[in-house]
Ligand binder design. Structure first.
Ligand code: ADP
Ligand code: MG
Length: 231
């Protein structure tokens, strides 16, 4: 059996403690295969972002396991988790999460700084990535002084600059108009197709989900069928 990019088993996630605790995920099994685009679909509150955070090692499960490229990441120490995350994943969020006072170039350079890439190499790779996303002319602009679509391009450049195996996109078009959102979708699917980057898209948008190779449906913290989701 081929190694999955990400495989989660019997994943449970509680928020809060004691009698007031809330089960956001209740025994979820999901695989993202290498090179595929996978949509995690469900209504608001169904647990999509929670699942993505656990798949991406941004949070710890209450129970269950997460395997990244065949390796069990469940017991990793914080420093190793951070390294795996930085080397293997790129992130694109609905809210962009760019560093507001910093320039476009500084934002894209950030993951390379974390990875300890030498300064000149950082700048070269960040500019190259910005060129690929047709944002090189905005390198010196403040991230705040951009349109929504431009911000998401910068976020994609930042996600891409480390040559990730997997890009996680949480409602990547949620803050964009439909035309701009379509362009951002095209960019993500081009990366999937042309560079075989595994793309995990979290969305409540059925049209975006339908563009993915495969869909996983979540309802109240459980994986369900498409019919059950609609019911
Ligand atoms: P989705 O992304 O599908 O909208 P989330 O994963 O964000 O869903 O949330 C799933 C459920 O867990 C929701 O009921 C939400 O209110 C709850 N939840 C999410 N994050 C927290 C948190 N940090 N503390 C408490 N409850 C949370
Ligand atoms: Mg969410």
């Amino acid at each position: 059996m081929a190694t999955a990019a990400i495989a989660v088993k019997n994943l449970t996630k509680y928020y809060g403690e004691g009698g007031g605790r809330f089960a956001a995920l209740r025994g979820v099994n999901v695989k993202a295969r290498l090179g595929e685009s996978l949509a995690v679909v469900g209504k608001s509150g169904s647990g999509k972002s929670t699942l993505m955070h656990l798949m991406a090692l941004l949070d710890q499960p209450s129970a269950g396991s997460v395997h990244v490229l065949g390796q069990d990441a469940t017991g990793l120490r914080t420093a190793d988790l951070e390294q795996t995350r930085n080397e293997t994943f790129g992130f694109v969020f609905q809210q962009f999460f760019l560093v507001p006072g910093a320039t476009v170039l500084e934002n894209v350079v950030l993951p390379l700084t974390v990875a300890g890439v030498p300064r000149r190499e950082r700048r070269r790779r960040a500019m190259e990535t910005l060129e690929q996303l047709e944002m090189a002319d905005k390198a010196g602009n403040r991230a705040t002084d951009l349109s929504g679509g431009q911000k998401q391009r910068v976020a994609i450049a930042r996600a891409l600059v480390n040559n990730p195996s997997v890009i996680f996109a949480d409602e990547p078009t949620g803050n964009l108009d439909s035309v701009t959102g379509g362009v951002v979708e095209d960019l993500l699917f081009a990366l999937n197709r042309d560079r075989a980057i595994t793309v995990v898209v979290v969305t409540h948008d059925e049209a975006l989900a339908a563009r993915c190779d495969r869909q996983v449906y979540l309802k109240d913290g459980l994986v369900v069928t498409r019919a059950e989701l609609a019911a």
